[in-house]
Design a protein around this ligand. Structure first.
Ligand code: PLP
Ligand code: TYF
Length: 406
């Protein structure tokens, strides 16, 4: 019965990793998957995570019992404060723990399918490819809004706003909260205000995907700007969804720590409480059928960090360590390209933020980087800047110089 099942192509990102690990050349550079590396090219366990882990190991009450269906309350509350601010209005927010950011998006997709069927889900062009897979996997219809203008390497604001205006009223717009993947380009404060005002006019529902909080500016609060502005602007009219990942900013990629937040429109105290209770029961049912209850270990570590003042302070410092190293690599790469006289303008590398640079290298150039120089990146030209370090940045600049010239 399986003889005619279609053989699907491998996942592009994980396939890069596979090719790289099979590459026997002595010098290889991985600018593929968005995962932080330290200056020696190694994964980094954050000092705040190390401290939280040793604190947990010493706790005589530590155990491996099941969590509640909605997750560890101290974690979900801490997660909400991290994205919404310490003084957020908890009477309007339902938070359930998720399998990292992907799981939060999946909960959102199931919720939309059940409670808001028929709404179109708008994704940025381009976006993280899994967005389309997750929403279409729940049989939702997706569409695109213009985002990246390749010729100016800037935001295509007019096209974006036009799509917001012409989309059916009450559509769902997935917005990257900060450090857009793959372009590294975020709207300015003024552009965010224009975008969110248009969302209000059309009663659209905004879904913020927050996978890189802290990586845009190094400051976790500043990186929550768009989400917090969104909550204020959309307060009366529409719900807001937030899919929050702690994979990158806590560096616990494989532990799958995340949270889905549903912010309900503000009505009266009584209506808010009753709506919240009904929606909580719906979300509990989704989580129950998907994972029964969420994984405990990573959530306990992140909760310890969020709720212990010294560790929280250390975490904010760890975030600065990561984002400033990435930023320094952006500058070194750009400066080397300028010194080499590589044809073209490379200022966008330092203008972009987060983990990635959308380098504007063509798929052919990316292929030659891999074949001739063992420098690996996504065929779209997206480079994970975290893969650069003092030891390889000049090598990468020279490799780019070679493929651009030939
Ligand atoms: N959303 C975006 C835009 C991402 O880039 C990622 C990870 O790369 C995620 C969500 C979710 O990642 P995870 O499931 O590892 O938290
Ligand atoms: O876009 C990227 O580079 C990665 C992809 O569980 C990714 O972040 C995302 C989630 C995940 C594994 C890889």
């Amino acid at each position: 019965i399986f003889n005619n099942v279609e053989h699907l192509p491998p996942d592009a990102l994980f396939d890069i990793k596979k090719r790289l690990s099979q590459d026997t050349r002595p010098v290889k550079v991985d600018l593929g998957i968005g995962a932080y590396r330290d200056n020696s090219g190694k994964p980094w366990v954050l000092p705040s995570v190390r401290s939280a882990e040793s604190q947990l190991q010493k706790d005589p009450n530590f155990n491996h019992e099941y969590l509640p269906i909605a997750g560890l309350p101290s974690f979900t509350t801490g997660a909400a404060k991290t994205i919404f601010g310490d003084d957020y209005d908890s009477t309007r927010v339902i938070s359930v723990q998720s399998i990292s950011g992907t799981g939060a998006l999946h909960i959102a997709a199931k919720f939309i399918e059940k409670i808001l069927p028929g709404r179109i889900v708008y994704l940025s062009n381009p976006t993280w490819p899994n967005h389309k897979a997750i929403f279409e996997g729940q049989r939702l219809t997706t569409a695109q809004y213009p985002y990246w203008n390749a010729s100016t390497k800037s935001l295509q604001l007019d096209g974006f706003l036009d799509t917001v205006k012409t989309a059916p009223e009450g559509s769902i717009f997935v917005l990257h909260a900060c450090a857009h993947n793959p372009t590294g380009l975020d709207p300015s404060k003024d552009q965010w205000a224009q975008i969110l005002d248009k969302m209000v006019e059309k009663n659209h529902i905004v879904l913020f995907d927050s996978a890189y909080q802290g990586f845009a500016t190094g400051d976790l609060d500043r990186d929550a700007y768009a989400v917090r502005l969104g909550l204020t602007k959309l307060q009366k009219v529409a719900p807001v969804f937030v899919c929050q990942s702690f994979a990158k900013n806590v560096g616990m990629y494989g532990e799958r720590v995340g949270c889905f937040h549903l912010v309900i429109p503000d009505q009266s105290v009584e209506i808010n409480a009753s709506v919240k209770a009904s929606l909580s029961s719906q979300l509990a049912k989704i989580v129950r059928s998907e994972v029964s209850n969420p994984p405990a270990y990573g959530a306990k570590i992140v909760s310890t960090i969020l709720n212990t003042p010294e560790l929280n302070k250390q975490w904010h410092a760890d975030m600065v360590t990561m984002s400033s190293r990435i930023n320094s690599m952006r500058h070194q790469l750009r400066d080397h390209l300028v010194e080499l006289g590589t044809p073209g303008n490379w200022d966008h590398i330092v203008g972009q933020c987060g983990m990635f640079s959308f380098t504007a290298l063509t798929p052919e150039m990316v292929q030659r980087l891999e074949q001739n120089h063992a420098v690996y990146m996504v065929s779209s030209g997206r480079a994970s800047i975290a893969g650069l370090n003092e030891g390889n940045v000049l090598y990468v600049a020279k490799a780019i110089d070679e493929v651009v010239r030939h």
